[in-house]
Design a protein around this ligand. Structure first.
Ligand SMILES: [Zn+2]
Ligand SMILES: [Zn+2]
Length: 444
């Protein structure tokens, strides 16, 4: 696919070279003198000037050509559109301009039967991927085809964009696609025939980030490909040891994003980001434990190590009353009870990661047992510098804290039993927080 777009020969009067190098003046002069040059193509690959501009990120020239009402979907020898080439090279400005000009996102090339979405996913250009997805959402494609069908569109070999992104180790694209409704267990075989899932291809590519994403969206470690292999065996065959450890069906299951829950699909972006981060952190912890016994270690930087340090700056009255470790960041709407993101997630996942067995009835608030219908991010109050003084905690905070603690105490709480990380009262004492314990006693 990586054809070079060198432009030899002077039959085009230098137009292609000028387009390639972004020489707008020459392009303008040439086209003014002979408008038919616009429809010239290169000799072998039959690239139009638009293809060359899109490939070389010549946005000015691309815009000029499109403003001259050139068909944005002109095809080259392999029936590639300029949009496919722009997506292949990650030229986001050109992708956006072509989409604005009405480029069709539902064209298939003849090399692999791929669309522009496949190109963006394969080459890992997440900004292009997002632009194409968002255009597809508002274009006639979603009306005629349905958006989710577009996200799961297959190439000539049955691969969806998610398959390609997983195979090419493009974890960011994997995430975007899953978030946009890509089917995590899609098989290249299609319609019940055996084939490879994105997890098989991620195992082959050896990207632990892609595997983590796929597992967190409920990918099945036991699904078999056309040769009867599970992803674990594929990773072993390609000598990706750390990946194999995570894919080993006997190792601990990761938490799965509870997407079937209605209020999860309705989260606002802020709350969603918090919970997703909590999910990834929890799964990284699991990975560490899985890999501890093996000779593999994770290369990823441990960004969550700073949490403990931040905690000392946080007033204990904001601590989650379930784990007493994290700050409350999520609030159950209506009852107003607050928890940390980790505990919220534990509540929603029920520690049953397999979507086939996951409980789909919405969880209840552990404090008042009302059914959770909506989660929002806790609005933090602004402190000025003087408020940092721990002696100067304001009253509303105190009462909020005591309210939460009282609820915890009252509810005796069988509903706590589903949570994995309860019973850390011991840690409360060790947290140098005589103050919160004293407050609590005061209110009894
Ligand atoms: Zn918590
Ligand atoms: Zn509640």
């Amino acid at each position: 696919m990586g054809q070079s777009l060198s432009c030899s020969g002077n039959y085009d009067h230098g137009l292609f070279t000028a387009v390639q190098h972004g020489d707008l003046e020459i392009v303008t002069t040439l086209l003014d003198s002979d408008p038919s040059l616009l429809h010239q193509t290169t000799l072998y690959d039959r690239h139009s000037p638009l293809h060359i501009a899109a490939t070389n990120d010549q946005i000015e020239i691309l815009s000029k050509l499109l403003d001259g009402s050139l068909n944005p979907d002109v095809l080259n020898r392999h029936k590639q559109t300029p949009l496919m080439l722009a997506a292949m090279h990650g030229n986001i400005a050109c992708v956006e301009k072509l989409l604005q000009a009405g480029a069709n996102v539902l064209m298939f090339d003849t090399s692999y039967g791929r669309t522009c979405l496949h190109y963006a996913a394969y080459y890992g250009h997440s900004s292009c991927l997002k632009a194409i997805l968002s255009s597809a959402q508002s274009s006639p494609v979603s009306a005629s085809w349905g958006f989710s069908r577009f996200v799961n569109i297959r190439d000539g070999k049955g691969a969806t964009p998610l398959h390609l992104a997983a195979r090419q180790r493009r974890s960011e694209c994997v995430h975007i696609l899953l978030d946009s409704g890509a089917l995590v267990c899609a098989s290249t075989g299609g319609y019940g025939c055996p084939g490879s899932t994105p997890l098989h291809l991620a195992a082959r590519g050896g990207s632990i980030d892609c595997i983590r994403e796929l597992l967190a969206w409920g990918a099945d470690r036991l699904q078999r490909d056309a040769s009867g292999r599970i992803p674990y065996m594929v990773a072993l065959k390609h000598k990706h040891g750390a990946c194999a450890s995570l894919l080993n069906p006997t190792s601990a299951e990761p938490l799965v994003w509870p997407s079937p829950l209605k209020f999860i699909s309705e989260l606002n972006p802020e709350a969603k980001a918090l919970l997703e981060q909590a999910l990834m952190d929890a799964n990284r912890e699991r990975e560490k434990n899985i890999l501890k016994g093996s000779s593999y270690s994770l290369p990823s930087p441990s960004h969550s190590d700073g949490v403990a340090d931040n905690m000392s700056e946080v007033s204990e009255s904001e601590l989650c009353c379930i784990c007493f470790e994290q700050v409350c960041t999520i609030e159950v709407q209506n009852c107003g009870h607050q928890m940390c993101a980790q505990c919220t997630l534990a509540l929603c996942c029920h520690n049953k990661p397999n979507p086939a067995t996951a409980c789909l009835t919405p969880p209840v608030c552990p404090f008042c047992r009302s059914t959770i219908t909506r989660l929002v991010v806790v609005k933090t109050e602004c402190h000025d510098e003087t408020d940092q003084d721990s002696a100067d905690i304001n009253c509303s905070k105190l009462s909020k804290s005591s309210r939460k603690l009282r609820h915890l105490n009252d509810s005796g709480s069988s509903s706590f039993k589903g949570l994995s990380s309860v019973s850390s009262f011991g840690k409360l004492g060790s947290r140098s927080s005589g103050r919160i314990a004293a407050e609590w006693l005061d209110k009894q």
